[in-house]
Design a protein around this ligand. Structure first.
Ligand code: AMP
Ligand code: MG
Length: 317
């Protein structure tokens, strides 16, 4: 008997099979309901919507390396948006704007080592929000309220889809537990975030990550930071990052030096900071595809997209 050797699918064939998956329209409907409910929540809470930027001379330096994504246009370098963190701060300089949000496409050309985390795409959408004059406690409460609002709406509007994809309706949570990175690391070792997420049945907050210069250092405990991540339970991992922001010129420069940011890339941002014009803000952003993955209990975030955006995937569309 001759063995039939199966040929590897071509890039075109795998693209077509990715977008022909039976579950895809249902997953997309859940994602649509998440975005729609988030818009309603933002409107109800009085945040003003900004349209996303896709190109700017400055973008988020991130706290991990990615492949450069910038182009030359009009004799200037423009980076594709990794996040709109600086534009959120700068837009809030307007005296009549107190809070804003953006449904923001982010391009992060992740290296191949993030292809199989189940959590990384090389382009995704985050719902990114920022408040003038607010602190971490306000933002954390806001996010907890948003999640309950969105989950309640999904249960009301698309109960059949939630039952089918998730296996049960979505919960309403009480106050989320709060942990600190240094304490969990001491208890559980370097994989603390993964271990804790796998153990958890409810989302929780993880405070104090050492990362980008714009996350505010705690003036009362130098070397610790006033930032906070949402960790989805059941092993789904990080779902949001946020922080109170550095806004004072000296402190921004100190933090840039601490983390090794190239000041030259931020000349104009620093000029504005030097004039004392960057407002005191706090905010955060959550990944839409990650929330969809968590709600639908999907193995891989790439199942959320019609066109695969898995790091280092070859594509024809
Ligand atoms: P960050 O500020 O880098 O933590 O990004 C904000 C949020 O966007 C994260 O908490 C995730 O929910 C989401 N996110 C970040 N990177 C990716 C990625 N490569 N693919 C999908 N979602 C992401
Ligand atoms: Mg993060």
């Amino acid at each position: 008997m001759e063995l039939e050797i199966l040929a590897e699918p071509t890039v075109l064939e795998s693209t077509v099979s990715h977008l022909s998956r039976a579950k895809l329209p249902k997953i997309l409907k859940v994602q649509q309901a998440i975005v729609r409910a988030s818009h309603d929540f933002m409107f109800k809470k009085g945040l003003t919507q900004l349209m996303p930027l896709m190109l700017s001379p400055i973008t988020d330096p991130l706290n991990h390396g990615v492949v450069d994504a910038s182009i030359t246009y009009a004799e200037q370098r423009w980076s594709l948006t990794k996040s709109m963190i600086f534009h959120k701060q700068l837009a809030l300089m307007h005296p009549d704007l107190d809070s804003l949000y953006i449904v923001s496409p982010n391009v992060r050309l992740e290296f191949a080592d993030r292809a199989d985390t189940g959590r990384h795409l090389f382009e995704f959408t985050q719902i990114d929000f920022e408040f003038k004059g607010k602190d971490r406690f306000f933002v954390m409460e806001f996010m907890e309220e948003l999640v309950n609002f969105v989950f309640k709406r999904l249960n009301e509007e698309i109960p059949g889809l939630i039952q089918e994809l998730r296996g049960e309706l979505l919960p309403q949570y009480e106050k989320w537990p709060v942990y600190r990175t240094e304490k969990l690391e001491a208890q559980l070792g370097p994989d603390y975030e993964k271990i804790k997420s796998e153990e958890a049945t409810d989302p929780f907050w993880l405070l104090n990550h050492t990362r980008e210069f714009y996350d505010k250092e705690d003036p009362k405990r130098p070397g610790t930071y006033l930032n906070y991540d949402v960790i989805w339970p059941e092993g789904f991992g990080e779902g949001l990052s946020g922080a109170e922001r550095e806004h004072e010129y000296r402190q921004i420069r100190k933090r840039m030096a601490d983390v090794g940011t190239n000041e030259q890339a931020f000349t104009h941002y620093l000029e504005v900071a030097k004039e004392g014009r960057i407002p005191k803000t706090a905010g955060g952003g959550f990944g839409v595809e990650r929330m969809t993955r968590f709600i639908c209990r999907l193995q891989d975030i790439d199942e959320v997209t019609a066109f695969s955006r898995k790091p280092f995937t070859k594509a024809v569309f």
